[in-house]
Each structure stands twice: as structure tokens, then as C-alpha cells.
Design a protein around this ligand. Structure first.
Ligand code: ACM
Ligand code: ZN
Length: 547
């Protein structure tokens, strides 16, 4: 009996040491980790070595992050003769198709990051920064070998800058967070009913009139709600946009700008009411919800207006995708509008849903002619999907499943668990006011973006998933951080790590370790996870690795 009890005790201990041995404080969990004995001690004479000119950007990025995060200013050398303690960044010919793979080998005298492309090297740098930050102030990292690459190609985070506006510097801080957790897509929601936030040179009234609402509802909208009486506005001029696009490019993040149509257009129509069905004066919305005034689909000049806007947008954003919105478009105005009804007849359309498809299809054709692809919310399936459109599935996953079956690319972003504006605790009274719902960290972590009901070839159409941060109730950037982190850390692991290698408790141990790094980065993260009980503390695991 005693023997059996002894064995029962040994089994979990053995599992623990096996799992902890190769565990490093990295989020998302890398594909393959081997921890060796010994450690690399970072010193002031450590140098960054870049033998190839092509990696200069990565070298400078690493240099500036080491200075910002750890106060260490390292020299960059391009010598091929390696001596002393160094961090080597190098492109190598790896036997892989894409450039986002990397190898990180750490010995007691050198740190080597190899990638087929700069992108892989960049993700390897993030892993290194996380390892460096894990050990309070000693800057000592365990010797290890990591081989790593992402599971999905669309690892997205979204930010609504319309309901509330965030400055250029705040957007950059958001991009830094995205990069740190290996996200490669930033979906920038730039236009909506409550504010137009991007300068368009051809239509200056979009920002002169459309970027300012006269006041904002206090709390939840209702017939008796009060308003604050204060004008609220903000926008990015084209120089700001260029600066942010360049900042994202340096971080291997593609920006997907969203220009909403045919609905969520009140701010634009307050500046140019001639493109609405009623053509009457309108104002940017001062409350939240869905509004009846949308772009007139029967008026050719509406398309000319939108195409001129999109031409400037295409010039500003080098990425392949332009998000055209497409969600929550009421059809009431179209039903009463002579021009819209005429369009339905002349185009042989069945109803207003097909009129919406006509609208999106026409815009798609224009954007395809500019070499761009469109992506839209899943309502663009209604009335028939435009020929090359990708679908962002937000009203659950059915839209995404349907689109994949139709052989269209899909980004999964179902409200549960991808809306980070929902509550993250059941105790709502202890939380800042949120739009509703309950979307805790473990729900995000356990999410599987590829629906099991798809056939194998259909599964290839799932590009990945995205976390959405709508800001009706998020008034400042520190609150954006509170809603996004750590749920975005959980989503990062969903999108990067093979499903079979995920483990929630293990994630929480690593996350607890990350709290030090997040503090160092001055991020206002939500701290609910600190109360989740775990078997081991990360510091113990790390010191095991260092022994
Ligand atoms: C959405 O949340 N209306 C896409
Ligand atoms: Zn109309």
C-alpha cells in the first residue's frame, strides 16, 4: 500500500518536472523549446551583430527596445568575426516556405536568432525580450534552443478610434503590445457614426465636420439618458497615418483600415448629406447604436465619393486588405428612396439585401482594380457574397463557416470570445461599465478558430482570428489596456501555438511572470488572473532552468 502511495506521489512529480523543464516565460508558447544547463549573462559590453545589411532594421529595433525596456544601449556591429558576448541576428536558408519561422539558440556566450526572413527574426527578438524581462533585474537567461513559427497567418487585434479617439502615441503603444505578443494585423476602425477620424484631402469636411460630435451620452443610451454637453473630436492627418503605417511596418504588422459602408456612416453624411437617401442635414451621432441614415445606393455620385475616398486610403495603406465594414445597415431609407428602388429595378435585384450586395460588389470591383482585396463583416453574405471578398465573422461563427464553404477567406471574430469590450469578471459591480456580456480569460484561451464541421480543404480558408476592442464605454487608453490585456495574450497563444501544446494553467504561470514585464512597459493590465491558483510559481521553474 505504501509503495502504491509512493508511486502515486511520483507520477505527478515526474510530469511536473518534465513539463516545467522546458517551460520558459514566453507568450505565446513557442512550437518547440529545449532548456539546457547554464545561462547567458547580459553585460554592458554585449554587442548586437548583424552580418547582413538587410537586417539593419531588426538590429536597430532590438537596440532601441533594449534601451527602452532595460536601459541598456548596445553597440551594433556588422563584423562577421564573432568574439566576446554577442547577440547575432542572421538570415539563413531554412527549409520552410514562409519567412516567419525563427530559431533562437542561447548559449552561455552568445544569443543567435536565425530566420529565413526578417519577419521571423523579428518574432525571435520578441521571444528574447520576454526572456530578458523575466528575471527581475539580473538580465540572465537560461541557455535554450527554440524553434518557432505561427499557426495562423491572420493574428489580429482591432481598435475602434471613432467612439473614442486615441492619440498617435497611444496607437503606437498599442502596436508595441501587438508586436510583443506576435500579432501581425492591426484592424484600425477609422470611420463610424460618431466620428470620422482619417483626413481625406479631396473631402476636407469629413474631418472638419465629421470628426466632431457636439456631445456624448452619459452611461447607457435610453430615453432618459443625460448628455455631457461637451464637443468631442479628433482625427489623424495623412502625415500621422504615414507615421503610424511606417511604425507598424517596422514591427511586421499590416494595418487593415476600415472605412464603413453602407451603414455606420452618419459622421460622413453629416459632412456630405447629398450622399444619403433623404439629403437632409445630419449630425455625427452623440449616442451608441445603429442609425437609419446610410449611403444612398441608388445615387452614382455616392460611389464616386466613396471611390475617391478609397483611392486616398489605398495610397496610404500598403497592405492587401481594405475593410469596408458592411455590418448593421438598416434598409428603411432604401425602401422609401426613389433612387434606391430604381436601382433595384434596373439591376434586376430581388430586394434591399441584394441591393447591399450590389453596393459591396461595386466597391469590391473598384478596390480589386487598385490591386486590393476587400474584407467585410459577415452581413456581406446577405444577398450574395462579392466574388473575391473575405469575411470577418462576428455574429457567431456561422457566417465564417458559410463563407469557407463558399471558398472565401475568413477571419473569425465571434463576439464570444473575441469581443474584448465585454466584462471579464462576473462581478460586474467591481468592473468599469462595459457594453455587456461576460468574456473571461479562460474562454478566450480555449477558443478554437477552425470549426470542426468544415472539411479539410475548407479549413484552409480560415486565415485566423481577431480580438475586437469597441470603445463606446472605453474613454481613455489606460482603459483600452485594461480590456485588452491579458485577453490578447490568451488570443495570441490561440493564434500562434499548436492547439495540442496549449495548457491554460501553464499559460497562467507564464502570464504571472509577465506581469513584471507589463509593469515595466507601464501597461494597465487587468489583474484577475493573479488570483488563479497554479501549482508552481514561475520563478521556481526559471531557477531550475538556470541551475
Ligand atoms: C460589429 O460589432 N458591429 C461588427
Ligand atoms: Zn437612396
Amino acid at each position: 500500500m505504501k509503495k502504491i502511495l509512493f508511486l502515486l506521489f511520483l507520477i505527478p512529480a515526474a510530469c511536473f518536472s518534465q513539463r516545467s523543464k522546458n517551460m520558459l516565460p514566453v507568450i505565446p508558447q513557442p512550437y518547440e523549446v529545449s532548456v539546457d544547463s547554464g545561462s547567458f549573462q547580459f553585460t554592458d559590453s554585449t554587442v548586437i551583430v548583424i552580418p547582413q545589411f538587410i537586417i539593419e532594421g531588426e538590429g536597430k529595433y532590438l537596440q532601441s527596445r533594449l534601451e527602452n525596456l532595460f536601459g541598456k544601449k548596445l553597440r551594433i556591429e556588422n563584423a562577421t568575426l564573432l568574439k566576446g558576448k554577442y547577440i547575432l541576428l542572421q538570415q539563413v536558408d531554412m527549409d520552410v516556405k514562409t519567412g516567419d519561422y525563427y530559431r533562437l539558440n542561447i548559449t552561455d556566450s552568445s544569443i543567435n536568432i536565425y530566420g529565413k526572413g526578417n519577419e521571423g527574426i523579428f518574432w525571435g527578438i520578441q521571444t528574447l525580450l520576454q526572456l530578458l524581462g523575466a528575471n527581475d533585474s539580473s538580465l540572465k537567461i537560461p541557455c535554450c534552443r527554440i524553434y518557432d513559427y505561427p499557426r495562423y497567418s491572420w493574428r489580429g487585434m482591432h481598435l475602434d478610434v471613432c467612439r473614442h479617439f486615441f492619440t498617435k502615441e497611444e496607437v503606437k503603444k498599442y502596436l508595441d503590445l501587438l508586436a510583443f505578443y506576435k500579432f501581425n494585423i492591426f484592424h484600425w476602425h477609422l470611420t463610424d457614426d460618431q466620428g470620422w477620424r482619417i483626413e481625406i484631402k479631396k473631402y476636407p469636411l469629413l474631418t472638419q465636420i465629421g470628426s466632431v460630435r457636439k456631445e456624448t451620452v452619459i452611461g447607457k443610451p435610453s430615453d432618459t439618458a443625460k448628455y455631457d454637453g461637451k464637443p468631442y473630436g479628433g482625427f489623424y492627418n495623412q502625415d500621422d497615418i504615414k507615421e503610424i503605417v511606417a511604425y507598424a511596418q517596422e514591427r511586421h504588422i499590416t494595418i487593415v483600415p476600415e472605412i464603413e459602408m453602407p451603414g455606420h456612416a452618419l459622421a460622413a453624411l453629416s459632412a456630405y448629406p447629398q450622399f444619403s437617401c433623404c439629403m437632409e442635414p445630419l449630425e455625427p451621432a452623440t449616442t451608441w447604436g445603429v442609425f437609419d441614415d446610410v449611403y444612398c445606393a441608388g445615387n452614382d455620385s455616392t460611389f464616386e465619393f466613396l471611390e475617391n475616398i478609397l483611392s486616398e486610403v489605398c495610397e496610404l495603406f500598403p497592405g492587401k486588405y481594405i475593410h469596408i465594414g458592411g455590418d448593421e445597415c438598416p434598409k428603411d431609407r432604401w425602401m422609401l428612396c426613389e433612387k434606391c428602388q430604381r436601382r433595384i429595378k434596373t439591376e434586376n435585384l430581388k430586394d434591399e439585401h441584394e441591393l447591399q450586395s450590389y453596393f459591396i460588389g461595386r466597391i469590391e470591383k473598384f478596390l480589386n482594380s487598385k490591386g486590393k482585396q476587400i474584407i467585410g463583416w459577415d452581413e456581406i453574405l446577405e444577398g450574395g457574397l462579392a466574388p473575391n471578398a473575405a469575411v470577418m465573422s462576428w455574429r457567431g461563427t456561422d457566417g465564417g463557416i458559410e463563407a469557407a464553404k463558399q471558398k472565401h477567406y475568413v477571419v473569425m471574430s465571434p463576439g464570444k470570445p473575441c469581443y474584448f469590450d465585454h466584462y471579464q469578471s462576473k462581478n460586474k459591480k467591481s468592473e468599469p461599465l462595459a457594453i455587456g456580456g461576460y468574456n473571461p480569460l479562460d474562454s478566450v484561451y480555449l477558443y478554437e478558430p477552425t470549426p470542426s464541421q468544415l472539411k479539410e480543404d475548407e479549413k484552409n480558408y480560415i486565415l485566423g482570428a481577431q480580438g475586437n476592442v469597441w470603445t463606446e464605454y472605453i474613454t481613455d487608453f489606460s482603459h483600452v489596456e485594461y480590456m485588452s490585456v491579458p485577453r490578447m495574450c490568451a488570443l495570441a497563444e490561440v493564434l500562434w501555438t499548436p492547439a495540442a501544446k496549449k495548457d491554460f494553467k501553464n499559460f497562467i504561470v507564464r502570464l504571472k511572470n509577465h506581469s513584471k514585464l507589463l509593469d515595466r512597459m507601464n501597461v494597465n493590465y487587468a489583474k484577475h488572473f493573479l488570483k488563479i491558483r497554479t501549482l508552481w510559481r514561475h520563478e521556481e521553474v526559471l531557477s531550475n532552468g538556470l541551475r
